[in-house]
Design a protein around this ligand. Sequence first.
Ligand code: UDP
Length: 245
Amino acid sequence: MNEAAEHPPAVTYKRVLLKISGEALMGDQGYGLHPPTVKRIAEEVKSVNDMGVEICMVIGGGNIFRGLQGAAQGMERATADYMGMLATVMNALAMQASLEALGVFTRVVSAIPMDQVCEPYIRRRAIRHLEKGRVVVFAAGTGNPYFTTDTAATLRANEMGCEAIFKGTKVDGVYDKDPKKFSDAKRYDTVSYDEVLQKHLGVMDASAIALARDNRLPIIVFSLDEPGGFRGILAGQGTYTRVHG
Ligand code: UDP
């Protein structure tokens, strides 16, 4: 056992939901899944799971298909959205395979029942999985077209009684303008839900922010590219923005 495992850092949260976009899994490719990137993120999740934190995950589908993209090509929006939801199931299965290869017990639960592939979403059963220390990956979004996986993440975080949503992005928080384009962009340490909505700060879509606000669910925006970043924040360190009331 290494030193870190013998002396796990103090944990500030007991149960959290990690939301990542589908694009986070595609690495430098323009499309699909990049297995080394999936593995890297799985290792981040494992390191937090090892601290005894209960972890829910929601993964988007944008690396494979987005409903709006299909609609722009003339497809009926609802049909295109169902395709987007199916894309999230593929990502969830990839993450499950990677986590289980690292020895982390994982369940994929889908808002659209597909019994041969994964479990259907049943709230109390999902809570039981968490209590047993399993990582639960929520697939197929909310199961409804016209929504996004950000809203699904907020919904599931509320249902599971998570203390916060961790939104992993390419930057270490919320900025007043794009830090990749503007060198004078300023990062917020904390920002209110209303400011995020009024200034269109692009943390999550408006319905997800409103649902988090109405249920006082904090959103922690942090960089997924920073090795050990997820674990660090749970141990009370690191740079991030906290969106709250
Ligand atoms: N989607 C949906 N309902 C949901 C969640 C997702 O219809 O509750 C569809 C929608 O078409 C969306 C796609 O699934 O474009 C992929 O999700 P999202 O765009 O949120 O993925 P991300 O941008 O996080 O990769």
